[in-house]
Design a binder for this molecule. Structure first.
Ligand code: RIB
Length: 310
C-alpha cells in the first residue's frame, strides 16, 4: 500500500532548540548535586530533529518555525542548512532567543529533559495562515507539539485543505484534549507510551495495553495510530489490524531524540515511495541507531547506515 507517492516534499514544524547536555552515572535526587565533567551542546528540538532526520534520510524538507537572533539561533539555523533542510521560511523574532533544553543522561541511556521554548512559542496561528502558500508545495506535514498547540492545529487544517498527508508526533502530549475536528484530519499519530497513556487514559506499558490505546486513538478518528514502546519496539493499527514491529537490538548509550528520529524516518520513507509497513521498519532501525550515538541531531544515522540494516 503506497500512501504518499513518490517525490513527496515534507514541511517540517515544531521546536528547534539548543540542547545543553550532561552525561552522568546516575541522576541527582531532589536537593542533591551530582558532579560530572562530561558536558556537550548539541542542536536539537523535537521539530529540528525530525526535520533533519527526514532530510538526511532522503526527503526534501522545508522547515517552518521561529528562531531569535541570538548566537544559538544562528548556530541552529546553520545546523539545519548543513543537513539539507531548507530554512528560508523560518521566521525570526528579534526580541527572543532560541529554545533551550537542559538534558541529563544517565548510564542506562535514560534522559531527563526540561525545556524553555523561547521563540518557538511565538509562532502564531495567524502566521501559519499568512504563510499558507507553503502548504501548497508540500506532500507531507510533519509536526510535533513543542510549540503553541493552536499553531499546530491551524497548520493541520491548512495542510488538510491542501491535500497533504499529515503526521503528528504529539510530543509533548497536549494538556487539553484535541479540538474536535483534528483527529479526522491527521493521517498518522505517533505517541510514545507516556504520551499515548496521557491522551487515551489507558496506561500503556506493553503491546497488550498499547493495542487498547491504539483502538482508542482509532475511535477518536486518527487513521493510522502508531505507539512506540522504547526497547520493546512499536505497534501500529492499520486498517483494523494491529501490526507489531519488533525492536532493533543495539547497544544504546543515549536515547535522546529516538522518538523524533522515528517520526522523521517514517516521513522520509513515505515521501520516497515506501509503504507503511516498510516505513515502520525503516523508522524503527533509524531510531535504534540514533541511540548508539550521543546527542540529538548529532546522532541521526545516515541513509547508508539505515539501508544497510533494512
Ligand atoms: O526529543 C528530544 C528533544 O527534546 C531534544 O533535542 C530537546 O531539545 C527536546 O526538545
Amino acid at each position: 500500500m503506497n500512501i504518499v507517492g513518490l517525490n513527496g516534499k515534507i514541511i517540517s514544524m515544531g521546536s528547534i532548540n539548543m540542547d545543553l547536555v550532561m552525561f552522568m552515572d546516575r541522576f541527582p535526587e531532589p536537593g542533591e548535586t551530582v558532579v560530572t565533567d562530561n558536558f556537550s551542546t548539541f542542536p536539537g528540538g523535537k521539530g529540528g530533529n525530525q526535520g533533519v532526520t527526514a532530510s538526511v534520510l532522503g526527503g526534501k524538507v522545508k522547515y517552518f518555525g521561529k528562531l531569535g537572533e541570538d548566537a544559538f539561533s544562528l548556530q541552529l539555523k546553520k545546523a539545519l542548512n548543513e543537513r539539507g533542510v531548507d530554512t528560508a521560511s523560518i521566521l525570526v523574532d528579534k526580541t527572543s532567543t532560541a529554545g533551550i533544553a537542559i538534558i541529563l543522561v544517565n548510564k542506562q541511556s535514560q534522559n531527563l529533559i526540561s525545556f524553555t521554548p523561547g521563540a518557538n512559542a511565538l509562532l502564531t496561528p495567524e502566521e501559519v495562515r499568512e504563510h499558507k502558500e507553503l502548504f501548497e508545495t508540500g506532500a507531507i506535514l510533519l509536526s510535533s507539539m513543542e510549540i503553541n498547540p493552536e499553531t499546530v492545529y491551524e497548520s493541520i487544517r491548512i495542510a488538510n485543505e491542501n491535500g497533504m498527508f499529515i503526521i503528528l508526533d504529539p510530543a509533548p502530549a497536549p494538556k487539553e484534549k484535541f479540538p474536535e475536528d483534528i483527529p479526522a484530519l491527521v493521517n498518522i499519530i505517533k505517541p510514545n507510551e507516556t504520551e499515548a497513556s496521557f491522551i487515551t487514559g489507558i496506561k500503556v506499558t506493553d503491546f497488550v495495553s498499547a493495542e487498547l490505546a491504539l483502538k482508542s486513538l482509532s475511535r477518536m478518528g486518527f487513521l493510522y495510530p502508531i505507539i512506540t514502546l522504547g526497547e520493546q519496539g512499536s505497534i501500529a493499527y492499520i486498517d483494523g489490524k494491529s501490526v507489531r514491529i519488533p525492536p532493533y537490538k543495539v547497544e544504546s548509550i543515549d536515547s535522546t531524540a529516538a522518538g523524533d528520529v522515528f517520526s522523521g524516518a517514517l516521513a522520509a520513507s513515505l515521501a520516497t515511495g515506501g509503504n507503511l509497513e516498510e516505513a515502520l521498519n525503516f523508522a524503527s532501525i533509524a531510531a535504534a541507531l540514533c541511540t548508539t550515538v550521543k546527542g540529538a541531531q548529532s546522532s541521526i544515522p545516515s541513509l547508508a547506515q539505515v539501508r544497510a540494516l533494512f
